[in-house]
Design a protein around this ligand. Structure first.
Ligand SMILES: [Zn+2]
Length: 441
């Protein structure tokens, strides 16, 4: 196929899938379950052609055509499994032309996932359909904070002016970035909340605050305080998006604010307890099975996030609902008694930090009973009273268990390789697998 022919086919494919995803969200839950069941059967049969899954299914005497029954008997796939032998995950349908996504996880070891071109197109269409569902207009400009030099990914549809992006350098001065948004007349803002809230604060301090139509938040947990700050500063609603680089867009916030709707078109999502069983309405690990990636079909892949299912949504969408996202499983705090606590419990709001004399902070759980509060002080410094307050908050979050809090003043706190600011790092969780320690509390 010529380059032009390929581009036209990619565009038609993208537009067709976009229309399909936009309409599919309104199908009833039963119809969606049936659709997913059929897609799952095909995906599992394909995964049997990958040596890793063939070995697993043969060892457990499972039929590749067994659909949901087979799936529920399969053990969870971990990032380590892929890192150990990535080629064993490639299916018989892999082609020379594929898109490769590579990242370094918290361990720093590279993790590579291959994707066929069709699956990459589907992924872009799904993201676009989620953005439309959050109220973004097809040709309205969205400002996005990026690290200089990051080219980002552009689908075929973007080259026709659909969902254009205004890239802002995340390291630039907030007032300069606000001025660029104002001049370009961008209607929405999108990025990690730890970065957009800095813009929000600068906006509140400006003489004529900028008003937007939407703020989209993703890649980090959106705390209630961050949401409030963004809503108040830009006088508009805030929508949370949940996604990951292995599967793309996973869920988007329901415009009626009942939780996050989980997409059904390209993957099947489960929430499992530490023994690999569905957890009903209790928090558990997010486990994903690809329904569209022909090159590297991942089955029961553990994303390392903790979430809780919600019920049926009154908005009319049949897509499943996540009630809450608790955070990364490997950032769960492990108390001396072995109890797990969500990182959200240890979160200090940005406004609270300013009041306490902190510009930036990072809480590190070094050992079960030892926390180090690393901070960049403001001009007034961190007074003793604030230290006592912070210590008390951490002890309360630890349910009164015996813990020591140490303070460490630093000049800066670096973002991690994915550009995120880790507010809490638990070296205990990262050292020992949560799978061995039981489900979250
Ligand atoms: Zn809804």
């Amino acid at each position: 196929m010529t380059w032009l022919g390929g581009k036209i086919m990619g565009t038609l494919d993208g537009a067709w899938n976009l229309a399909r995803f936009l309409s599919e969200q309104w199908k009833g839950p039963d119809e969606l379950r049936k659709l997913q069941g059929r897609r799952l059967e095909k995906a599992l049969e394909l995964s049997y052609s990958a040596p890793f899954y063939r070995k697993k299914m043969d060892a457990a005497h499972l039929r590749p055509s067994g659909g949901m029954e087979t799936l529920q008997e399969l053990p969870v796939t971990t990032k380590d499994d892929i890192q150990r032998d990535p080629d064993s995950f490639l299916s018989s349908l892999r082609q020379e032309t594929h898109v490769s996504h590579e990242t370094t996880g918290s361990t720093g070891k590279p993790l590579r996932v291959l994707m066929d071109r069709k699956s990459a197109t589907l992924r872009t269409s799904l993201l676009f359909s989620n953005l439309f569902s959050c109220g973004i207009k097809p040709f309205s400009l969205t400002a996005k904070l990026v690290f200089k030099g990051n080219s980002g990914q552009y689908g075929a549809l973007r080259s026709y002016g659909i969902l254009p992006i205004l890239s802002l350098d995340i390291l630039d001065d907030e007032r300069k970035n606000l001025e660029i948004i104002r001049r370009a007349k961008a209607e929405a803002l999108c990025y990690y909340p730890s970065a957009t809230t800095l813009l929000a604060r600068a906006n509140l301090e400006s003489a004529k605050p900028l008003r937007l139509k939407r703020v989209l938040s993703g890649s980090e947990l959106l705390t209630p305080d961050w949401r409030k700050l963004l809503e108040e500063s830009f006088s508009c609603p805030v929508f949370d998006l949940y996604g990951c680089w292995e599967f793309g867009s996973i869920a988007f916030e329901c415009p009626e604010e009942h939780g996050l709707h989980v997409n059904t078109g390209t993957f099947f999502m489960e929430i499992l307890d530490s023994r690999g069983r569905p957890c009903g309405n209790r928090p558990g690990r997010v486990v994903m099975t690809s329904l569209s990636n022909m090159a590297m079909p991942l089955v029961r892949y553990d994303l390392g996030d903790i979430a809780t299912w919600g019920g049926q949504c009154p908005c009319g969408r049949g897509l499943p609902l996540i009630k809450s996202l608790e955070g990364r499983a490997d950032d769960m705090v492990v108390l001396p008694s072995g109890t797990l606590r969500s990182p959200l419990t240890f979160r200090f709001t940005d406004l609270e930090c300013v009041a306490k004399g902190i510009l930036m902070y990072q809480l590190v759980q070094e050992k079960e009973g030892l926390f180090v509060f690393r901070y960049v002080p403001s001009a007034i410094g961190l007074p003793e009273g604030s230290k006592k307050y912070i210590e008390k908050r951490i002890v309360i979050a630890c349910l009164g268990e015996p813990v020591v809090v140490e303070f460490e003043e630093v000049e800066e706190i670096k973002r991690n390789r994915r550009g995120k600011l880790d507010r809490l790092i638990s070296r205990v969780s990262r050292r020992r697998s949560i799978r061995a320690g039981g489900g979250p509390s």
